[in-house]
Design a protein around this ligand. Structure first.
Ligand code: PHE
Ligand code: CO
Length: 295
């Protein structure tokens, strides 16, 4: 199978990210090697051992319903037979990260792009860009939850709109995605649980996000999050906690245009900051954190 085609790098407040060819590709399932299937199995086994009691029930149920376990890399076409009837989402194969507007257009139409290639055996613990394991195991289980499924589509539509407004609006919206879809925590009667895909697809961060005294854990606040910077190259300095997916969906229902306008004239907050008015679940010690490298 050909190598994924990186067409450019984009400088963002997340650092330099590769941008890939935009086309939809057929998942080259028969060309995965035994070692690639094994990478999938190893990653799944590690997370399956770790996530009960850490990931939220909706995520764990999604894993079950999709049958995501060891047994090799799943076929997108088979997962689509579960996903389609449940919430109308379709997985499509892609080369990797997409230009923003292409990504938004897919989400707005309930298509979730999944990178077709999987990381190498020496990248089990860390990879700097999303691969098949992150995209599939991290993101797809929650697409079976009706409220989250609607949120993702609304985000895609909101992205198209922000794209038309300008780069600042897009950055504000991207921060929302980062601190919810990628790195969100949820408060439950049993305690804090993970729903963010970047956490559930990382062994180290699955423990750190909930148990480490270092990061802040702060109640969800839409505008505050949209003004908060983040890093892509370390565990997060702050996690934001929602009460429910309904809360998340309702909070993002209003027109963001006035919010973007307000935020334009304001400074952003460092990833590490705790602000007056924050609902603080945990004030992080910040130990070992290098603020100078903050975006
Ligand atoms: N309500 C947002 C807007 O007007 C759209 C949106 C919905 C964005 C859900 C993110 C998540 O732009
Ligand atoms: Co992701």
């Amino acid at each position: 199978m050909a190598q994924p085609r990186r067409i450019e790098h984009q400088q963002t407040d997340r650092g330099a990210i590769p941008v890939y060819a935009t086309g939809v590709v057929e998942q080259p399932w028969t060309s995965y090697s035994a070692s690639e299937h094994q990478v999938w199995d190893q990653l799944v086994e590690r997370q399956t051992a770790l996530l009960p009691g850490r990931a939220c029930d909706e995520f764990l149920q999604g894993i079950e319903r999709l049958g995501l376990g060891a047994g090799g890399i799943p076929k997108f076409s088979e997962l689509n037979r579960v996903l389609g009837p449940a919430t109308g989402w379709t997985l499509i194969g892609v080369e990797g990260l997409l230009p923003d507007h292409v990504f938004f257009d897919h989400l707005a139409n309930r298509r979730f792009p999944v990178t077709w290639w999987i990381r190498k055996p020496e990248q089990l613990d860390y990879i700097s860009e999303p691969d098949l394991f992150h995209d599939l195991y991290g993101h797809v289980p929650l697409l079976l939850n009706p409220v989250f499924a609607d949120y993702m589509q609304a985000y895609g539509r909101g992205g198209m709109k922000a794209h038309g407004i300008g780069a600042d609006a897009l950055m504000n919206l991207t921060r929302l995605y980062w601190y919810t879809v990628e790195f969100g925590l949820i408060d439950t009667p049993q305690g804090l649980r993970i729903y963010g895909s970047g956490i559930v697809s990382s062994r180290g961060e699955s423990i750190y996000a909930l148990e480490s005294p270092v990061p802040n854990r702060i109640g969800f606040d839409l505008e505050r999050i949209m003004a908060t910077r983040y890093r892509i190259d370390t565990y997060q300095r702050s996690y934001f906690v929602i009460d429910s997916f309904e809360q998340l969906f309702e909070a993002t229902r209003p027109d963001f245009a006035p919010i973007y306008a307000r935020l334009r004239n304001r400074d952003s907050h460092p990833a590490a900051s705790v602000l007056d008015g924050d609902r603080v679940f945990q004030r992080g010690t910040g130990e070992g954190w290098d603020d100078s490298a903050d975006a």
